[in-house]
Design a binder for this molecule. Structure first.
Ligand SMILES: Cc1ncc(C[n+]2csc(CCOP(=O)(O)OP(=O)(O)O)c2C)c(N)n1
Ligand SMILES: [Mg+2]
Length: 313
């Protein structure tokens, strides 16, 4: 499988521009939920999802805009969800942290750190029993690898040789705490290998390398060769939660971000395209975003009489 640069760039640009649009809209209070942005981290979801087919499934986290969009989640329904509207992907009840689009293979996300790693392993167990060659991708942060569920899910997936690709989006921070203040040894890939899972790391966020690694992993999953693990180093350019920058908080410096800004993959891939082709692609994405914001604005809020519907207990 060769990587289609145009298609990867479309995903990168879509995620970048959707989130920049959210940043612009946020002060108006039209977005009714907290937002955990992936600005700076787009390459992970865009690269990995380029290896997937429509019938494959992704499980993300509360920082889930990127995986939702990269897997082809409906943009109108996402924007309406952020606006708290009845036409949102979870009828305006979930907001940014609970996006889902089953038709596109985007499973519900959760605010509980690490929880969807187990959901992903369980879904892969189901796929194995059905005998399809579809695969599951589980996206989570570096902080999630410190949760007990991470160990449990990896052990089970390795034991049952489940078709799941675990992807750690390692941005070095859990909220404001650097990984060096949380882990005595930062040897994640080595740690994962002790479960009997083949693991690799992309250290520079090169989206094309992430795509190639993901293709190899997904091929192995389809052939029933057991789970895989991919660690992708990346960097969050905005605050942990919210639309702003946070260089003044004192837990990190803007200097630390500079190498990541200089190697920005949205810029890099855009420059690899023929200018006219790039302009057409970007114009199409801008049109989709404008339409999605209009759709969200025009959609109704859920009716008060709807409050008790879809409640489990
Ligand atoms: C089980 C649980 N513990 C703690 C929290 C509070 N919390 C929310 S986000 C977060 C940091 C997680 O960091 P990481 O997994 O690296 O993801 P990132 O936010 O960097 O994408 C924490 C501790 C939570 N939501 N759930
Ligand atoms: Mg993190």
């Amino acid at each position: 499988m060769t990587t289609d640069i145009r298609q990867v760039y479309r995903r990168l640009y879509l995620i970048r521009r959707v989130e920049e649009t959210i940043v612009d809209i946020y002060p108006t209070d039209k977005v009714k939920s907290p937002v955990h942005l992936s600005l700076g981290q787009e390459a992970v979801a865009a690269g990995v999802c380029s290896a997937l087919r429509p019938e494959d499934v992704v499980f993300g986290s509360y920082r889930g805009h990127a995986s939702y969009l990269a897997k082809g989640g409906n943009l109108n329904a996402m924007m309406a969800e952020l606006f708290g509207k009845a036409t949102g992907c979870t009828k305006g009840r979930g907001g940014s942290m609970h996006l889902a689009d089953a038709r596109a293979g985007v499973m519900p996300t959760s605010a509980i750190v690490g929880s969807t790693i187990a959901n992903a392993a369980g879904y892969a167990f189901g796929l194995r029993r059905l005998g399809t060659d579809a695969v599951v991708v589980s996206f989570f942060g570096d902080g999630a690898t410190e949760e007990g569920v991470f160990s449990e899910a990896l052990n089970f997936a390795a034991l049952k040789r489940l078709p799941v690709l675990f992807v750690c989006e390692n941005n070095s921070y859990a909220i404001h705490t650097h990984v060096s203040r949380r882990q005595s040894a930062q040897r994640l890939v080595e740690r994962v290998r002790t479960y009997g899972i083949a693991a690799s790391r992309v250290a520079d966020a090169d989206v094309l390398r992430i795509a190639t690694e993901a293709q190899e992993c997904v091929q192995a999953l389809r052939e029933g060769r057991g789970p895989r693990f991919l660690e992708c180093a990346t960097y969050r350019l905005r605050e942990h939660v919210g639309p702003g920058e946070d260089w003044d908080l004192g837990y990190r410096s803007r200097d630390e971000a500079l190498p990541w800004i200089q190697s920005d993959q949205v810029t890099r891939l855009g420059e690899m395209l023929e200018p006219r082709e790039r302009a057409a692609l970007e114009a199409a994405v801008e049109g989709e975003i404008t339409a999605a914001v209009a759709f969200a604005e025009e959609s109704p809020f859920p009716a008060a009489s709807d409050l008790q519907n879809d409640v489990f207990a």
